[in-house]
Design a protein. Sequence first.
Length: 355
Amino acid sequence: MTGHNPGMNVTGHTRRSVSIRDVATAAGVSYQTVSRVINDHPSVKPSTRERVLAAIDELGFRRNSTALALASGRSRAVTVLTSNTTHYGYASVLQGIEEAARAASYTVGIGVLESAEETDGADVAAQVQRSADAGGGLIVIAYDPAGVRALGAVPADLPVVGVVETPASPPRDDRPWVWADDREAAYKATRHLLSLGHKTVHYVAIPSSTRRTSARTSGWQQALKEAGAPQPRPLQGSWGPAGGHAAGLKLAGNPDVTAILCGNDDLALGVIRALHETGRAIPGDVSVAGFDDAPHSAYLTPSLTTVRLDFTGLGRSAFALLHGVLEESAPIAPHPVSVPELIVRESSGPPPGRE
């Protein structure tokens, strides 16, 4: 490569600039070691320093502000990878991350992932690498298959925190994940409806991050099983009211349906509309419960019984964990963030004929 313009390859075409990770790969060291070398940190062995400097010369690497930030171990930037920025849970997590980052004088960038159906593994890896090249740390919101794939593609040497669904089993201690306890929340909501006298509770589900049974679905199933109640087949919704409306129209035609749990409050909004259109009263004929306690839930008619998850607090906790990793002042440990709270409002009551 010596003798060529660092901005051109041998065919004369412009190529991407050399990154600190390119130097690290060529020298066989971590990117933190490269950063220490270019900033004359005394902790680097002479032989390692020589190897890194040789790679820098060969690749034509030019020091920049990202390298300086990495060298200090106090990069003032984080990137959030997510496939959605508008749904309530995603948006609230982003809000919490931004609030905590601003308080710590960090900047926040957002990388939007394509859905898993529209991209392959190479595309996901490329998106992750672009975020890695921006420097600092990474937070991945892994509430869907695209986020899960991105979290799995993060290089081992990149500081990262995953905001995930409730894991099916306790993760390893080196997994820097945070989550709200979706399973417990669904369990509480289902137990509440059963306690009112309903023989069973039907469920309209949001998509799962893994395409398997989600934590919310398993919490609903657990409550039914413990109560010895029938377990209806869950209806698959989407994330928004239209999916709830479609599912609600199917359920409204069955007179045995007296209680419905929805995977989020937007689905519940659609279910309520469908029940209204078909002449079924809420909660006189059918009780409806939602999930998340989105801001509009208290102002529906009737107001919506739901379970509150502190997504904003989850975002703050995700940043706090990453901040600790970046500053080397806190251990990496997976942990749930908050206990879900059942919010009982007007949309839930006893089944017909039972006061």
